[in-house]
Design a protein around this ligand. Structure first.
Ligand code: KDO
Length: 335
């Protein structure tokens, strides 16, 4: 785990790198290296619809001036270390999350709150809304990371290897629920009533198989793609988080593109995100049947009981103190 000291150091280095970028753009801007390589590191599998969209849509769209070089399954950087790698100039792209951004810029934790975003459409509109301008700008200035577009991961569901039926958060007591390894993610597991344990995405299957954890939470397309259904017995449709990832690009690299190239990169990201979103939504609609055929129990618990506890826990949490005043209301008002 990276310490607080390391994390502040990342911000300081990114600020220095940003200052260097400003000096360059003030006069000595280098010509764009021909055939710039965009190394992208992310934990998802190459068959995840977001990865497919990046490979089949984003890569070809920018190929005249940039080469997308994806490293899926966290093979280049470990899950959660990608933003630091971009800030330090060791990586050009990632598919990042509010939970990871929140480790460096606490205001991002607003989007880690369960039962906030309503659906994929709301998520897309919120990302495009001016209410996001400050957060996006702070991320560029302090981290040197430009967030190009929002990718829909899906509604997160509780997926257990245990058999006891779950109706309310009280039924989750004592369940060892795997969560990704950031504070905000662990808090979500706790708000669901479980006993959260940090495990990297690439280790989930083995942790479920060995019984090191009792379950995990992820959207249905991920449960199929990463084959978690093979080592679990039930899916509780809590829909506790309309999960989002962002296509993240080094701001230094972005600044080296010409305006015309920037327009191509932006459109490529938006097109990839839109394609991935449509495919994830279609999969979510059809996968319940697939899991039932595989012998899993799939059912809806008392969603209101979960919503009430999770929302109350977040509002009372230390995270809420970092949320920009009025932002929850603005998010809710986006129609
Ligand atoms: C996960 O680790 O559970 C998670 O779903 C968290 C997301 O933010 C994202 O990192 C995702 O993993 C990866 O893209 C793998 O699907």
């Amino acid at each position: 785990m990276t310490t607080m000291f390391d994390r502040r150091d990342v911000l300081r280095q990114a600020a220095l790198a940003g200052a260097a970028g400003v000096a360059l753009s003030a006069g000595m801007k280098p010509a764009l290296a021909q055939g710039v390589t965009l190394r992208l590191s992310a934990p998802m599998t190459p068959t995840d619809q977001r990865a497919v969209a990046m490979t089949e849509i984003f890569g070809p769209a920018v190929k005249d001036f940039a080469t997308l070089q994806p490293h899926w399954n966290a093979t280049l950087f470990k899950q959660g270390t990608e933003l630091e790698a971009i800030a330090r100039g060791n990586l050009e792209m990632s598919i990042t999350s509010p939970q990871e951004l929140a480790t460096l810029i606490p205001a991002w934790s607003i989007f880690t709150a369960g039962y906030l975003l309503r659906d994929a459409e709301h998520q897309k509109k919120v990302f495009a809304d001016p209410l996001m301008n400050d957060l996006k700008k702070t991320t560029e200035d302090r981290l040197g990371v430009k967030l190009l577009s929002v990718m829909y991961l899906g509604r997160r569901q509780v997926n257990l290897r245990t058999e006891k039926e779950i109706k309310t958060p009280a039924d989750m007591a004592g369940i060892k629920l795997r969560m990704p390894g950031t504070e905000a993610w662990l808090f979500l597991g706790q708000a669901l009533g479980a006993n959260p344990l940090p495990v990297a995405f690439t280790e989930i299957y083995t942790a479920l198989q060995s019984g090191a954890v009792d379950g995990q939470d992820n959207p249905l397309p991920t449960v199929r793609d990463s084959k978690f259904f093979e080592v679990t017995k039930q899916i509780v449709l809590t829909s506790h988080l309309v999960d989002q990832n962002y296509i993240a690009l080094s701001k230094k690299v972005w600044d080296r593109f010409t305006p015309a190239q920037q327009a191509v990169v932006q459109k490529a990201a938006d097109d990839a995100a839109e394609s991935g979103r449509k495919k994830q939504l279609a999969l979510e609609a059809e996968l319940e049947g697939f899991f039932k055929e595989k012998g899993l129990k799939v059912y809806t618990p008392d969603i209101e009981a979960f919503r009430k506890k999770v929302q109350a826990d977040y509002l009372a949490s230390k995270f809420a103190k970092d949320w920009p005043p009025g932002m929850i209301d603005k998010i809710n008002a986006v129609k």
